[in-house]
Design a protein around this ligand. Structure first.
Ligand SMILES: *Cc1c(COP(=O)(O)O)cnc(C)c1O
Length: 370
């Protein structure tokens, strides 16, 4: 273990857990044996100790500043990933409400969330993208909303298909509930339009194990007392995410990521601009190769985070992946339900990584028929 091996980081296009900002990893490495002034790592101290409480408060404050979260909302750090939110949301707001949940189903993740909600109450599919293989999003006029929904649910970015809402759907009066797992902190969010926004951290905000929930306080009143304590949002709000031991290391890394966004990127508008630049580089190649690359998402619904496309044959897709690896580009294979290639270009993917991918795509297309 004592031998130093040179650090060889590749350009990692993994959909999740995904690339983290290099300065964040360096900071975590410096702090790993002992947090300054603490004599122990963040993993070894009480969650109720002064240093950890300060870390949690700092992470909350930075997220709040970055997202411009208005008064009347709380930030919670939970566990169980996005999947537990698929269940907690209907447990807290649907079960026993006597109302339906309007589900906007635009890809694999919102489909799974709808399946889970259905176990706990009445769901109404307000729009279903499945017949078109989840390649586009609904226009507002296509949404079939209930008169009296408990909430309207959407996923802002479908990680597997690579479709992303550019603005909030017009969802009427019901609280809007959003799975922002794969585009959280990639651009500003008008939080005031939402009742609840949540994100598992491991796509764009930190390591697996922590899930961030931003919830409007009036919704906390709706949670039934009969719920097990951990599954009730009110419990976590009341205990400032310290009802039980929170995922301390995850909260610490989320705080570092938020600091990186503030101090090195310059906030979410700047991050958004950078993300648009990166995504445009790849979509330009897709559009410019006369059908050699075929994007999965309809152009007006394209994701800035997950760029999904096919090549003319599975053989060419294999060859492309091999070519990409030679150039240091890894984890580009698409999800099996869509096939082809998926380039996940989250916040922490450097511009140079995307430039290299763009160059490989151009060269591969010109050598193989376009
Ligand atoms: C990854 C992902 C999930 C699932 O997250 P887990 O933490 O594994 O439960 C849900 N929704 C979206 C949009 C995702 O990208």
């Amino acid at each position: 273990m004592s031998q130093q091996t040179p650090i060889e980081r590749v350009y990692n296009f993994s959909a999740g857990p995904a690339v983290l900002p290099f300065p964040v990893l360096e900071q975590a490495q410096r702090d790993l044996l002992a947090l300054p002034g603490c004599g122990a790592s963040v993993m070894e101290i009480s969650h109720r100790s002064k240093p950890f409480v300060a870390i949690l408060e700092d992470a909350k404050q930075r997220l709040s500043a970055l997202l411009n979260i208005p008064k009347g909302y709380q930030i919670l750090f939970l566990q169980g990933g996005a999947r537990l939110q698929f269940a907690m949301i209907p447990m807290n707001f649907l079960q026993g409400s006597g109302k339906p949940a309007d589900m906007i189903v635009t890809g694999s993740w919102s489909e799974k969330a709808a399946d889970e909600a259905k176990k706990l109450g009445t769901t109404h599919i307000a729009w279903d993208g499945k017949p078109s293989n989840y390649n586009h999003l609904p226009a507002n006029t296509e949404l079939q909303l209930s008169d009296d929904a408990a909430y309207t649910y959407l996923a802002s970015n479908e990680t597997i298909q690579g479709v992303q809402f550019q603005t909030e759907p017009a969802a009427g009066d019901a609280p809007l509930v959003c799975d922002a797992s794969s585009d959280f902190l990639s651009r500003p969010i008008p939080i005031h339009k939402y009742g609840l926004v949540y994100a598992c951290a491991q796509k764009n905000a930190g390591p697996a194990g922590v899930t961030i929930v931003v919830i409007r306080e009036d919704l906390l009143e709706r949670s039934p007392d009969s719920l097990p304590s951990y599954l009730n949002y009110r419990t976590h709000a009341k205990h400032n995410s310290m009802f039980n031991t929170p995922p301390t290391f995850g909260v610490y890394i989320v705080g570092l990521v938020a600091r990186w966004l503030q101090e090195e990127i310059g906030g979410l508008d700047a991050m958004d601009a950078l993300n648009r630049t990166k995504a445009a580089m790849l979509y330009e190649v897709i559009d410019g190769t006369q059908g050699f690359y075929r994007g999965h998402a309809r152009p007006d619904c394209r994701s800035q985070m997950n760029v999904t496309f096919r090549l003319p044959t599975p053989q060419l897709e294999q060859a492309f992946l091999a070519e990409a690896e030679k150039a240091g580009l890894f984890n580009l294979k698409g999800h099996r339900s869509v096939g082809g290639i998926r380039a996940s270009i989250y916040n922490a993917m450097p511009l140079e990584g995307v430039e290299t991918l763009r160059d490989v795509m151009r060269q591969f297309a010109s050598q193989n028929g376009s």
